[in-house]
Ligand binder design. Structure first.
Ligand SMILES: [Zn+2]
Length: 444
């Protein structure tokens, strides 16, 4: 099988490459990259004139909800959303039911992905059994079964000694530990950022110290153990400064930032209510400024969506009762091209790095490069295409998106996995979900 992609603007941060070129794919791998390449006569041709050709985008923080919460999302719908949003791979969090804390569950997820996924799926295993924060999960077993990282995401790990043991154990398997930094005592049941907005609304605030205290502890433990620590959804200027200093000392510390923490501040809660409720909460405009700086200067390894699908009924509750989380897979790339590249003037190379080479490097995943011999996973972008976010058209089951109606410049137009086109488009009319068809035929 051969494919020739002609005349794209090839942007590959792993090689510092940004030039118009052709890419030849043979048997799912990149066989050649250069100007006016010769292709075998049977090769399919794809004209990428005017488009950017980047290494396949990877989202390291996704909640696919399967097994256990398939009314919110499934591996099939979540990965269709990912592919439609420009991603060729996702890492899925362990807070399913049952929790992914054993090789059995890891293998189940990988099997389901093989049957139903529209993109690559890399499972993340739990750090502790049942995410209870009391005893370590079967890290060795899960490593063997194929997890790429460990995380109790959704919960902080309160017991610092357990975190230390987890880091030591994870290091034996060369796995990063992704920490959802939230000191539960300091968070004190807060629902939005502690400050002007929480006071105005009369709801409990979550102090920035709840995040920063755990980040600071993790810096100390990274230094003690030498293990790889990755901070999930970093949201405050203080956390960023801690990671910056840790990196300057040579510690193997990485962090991700979400699109919503870069595009919104806490004032969005006043307008959007529970649609802007997530954990960690949206912070102040000054925090957003600091995060944008970290994104531009390299402290931040990757943009990760923390795609957290919920049923509309659940999100329709009052602020204090609605669940945390927003969906992001189908608008993240457009949103970041619009905000980071067009508005902030961050180079295309850097934006592409945050979505591809950055996450691949931080998690030691295959991909993130267009080097000869690599799997032909690619994301094609149209930098000038304008779209309007319309969650009603999404592949995802969920609609809880604070960016609905936003007009954005720059969009993913195609993903290729192993050189094969994944043709999904969030802008296409939505199809009736399978279970809706099933319900209709049962009732009729
Ligand atoms: Zn989290």
């Amino acid at each position: 099988m051969a494919l020739i992609i002609r005349n794209g603007r090839v942007c590959d941060p792993s090689q510092g490459l940004d030039k118009v070129a052709d890419i030849l794919v043979i048997d799912g791998r990149i066989a050649a990259l250069g100007e006016r390449l010769e292709a075998p006569p049977e090769a399919e041709a794809l004209d990428a004139s005017g488009l950017v050709v980047a290494p396949g985008f990877i989202d390291v923080h996704v909640h696919l909800r399967e097994p256990g919460f398939v009314a919110k999302e499934t591996i099939a719908t979540g990965t269709r959303a990912a592919a439609a949003g420009g991603f060729t791979a996702v890492c899925c969090m362990a807070n399913t039911s049952p929790v992914n804390d054993s090789p059995l569950v890891t293998r189940y997820i990988l099997d389901r992905a093989r049957e139903s996924a529209a993109c690559r799926v890399y499972p993340i295993g739990a750090v502790t059994k049942g995410l209870q924060g009391e005893a370590l999960a079967d890290i060795g077993g899960m490593a063997e079964a194929g997890v790429v990282a460990l995380s109790d995401d959704g919960h902080g790990i309160a017991n610092a000694n357990l975190m230390r043991r987890a880091l030591e154990y994870a290091a034996d398997f060369d796995l990063p530990v992704i920490d959802h930094c939230e000191n539960r005592d300091l968070a004190a049941g807060g629902v939005v950022n502690e400050g002007a907005v929480s006071t105005h609304l009369g709801v409990r605030g979550m102090t920035r110290a709840a995040e920063e205290a755990d980040v600071a502890r993790d810096v100390v433990l990274a230094s003690l153990t030498g293990a790889r620590v990755h901070i999930a959804h970093l949201s405050t200027a203080g956390s960023l400064e801690l990671v910056r200093r840790a990196q300057a000392e040579g510690l193997p510390m990485t962090c991700e930032v979400t699109p919503h923490h870069l595009a919104l501040d806490e004032s969005a809660v006043l307008e959007l209510g529970a649609l802007a409720k997530m954990n960690p909460p949206l912070r102040t405009a000054a925090d957003v400024e600091a995060l944008l700086e970290g994104v531009a200067d390299g402290v931040v390894a990757c943009i990760a969506t923390d795609h957290a699908p919920h049923a509309t009924l659940e999100k329709d509750q009052v602020l204090s009762h609605a669940p945390f989380g927003v969906t992001g897979l189908e608008c993240a790339v457009s949103l970041m091209l619009d905000r980071l590249h067009w508005r902030q003037g961050i180079s295309l190379m850097r934006v592409v790095e945050l979505f591809s080479t950055g996450p691949a490097r931080a998690f030691k995943l295959p991909g993130g490069t267009l080097q000869i011999g690599s799997p032909a996973d690619m994301t094609l972008l149209d930098l000038s295409r304008e779209t309007v976010v319309d969650a009603s058209r999404w592949q995802s089951k969920a609609r809880n998106c604070p960016f609905n109606g936003w007009r954005l410049k720059g969009a993913p137009v195609l993903t290729l996995i192993d050189g094969k086109r994944v043709t999904l488009d969030s802008a296409a009319p939505a199809k009736a979900p399978m279970e809706m068809v099933a319900t209709l035929s049962r009732t009729s």
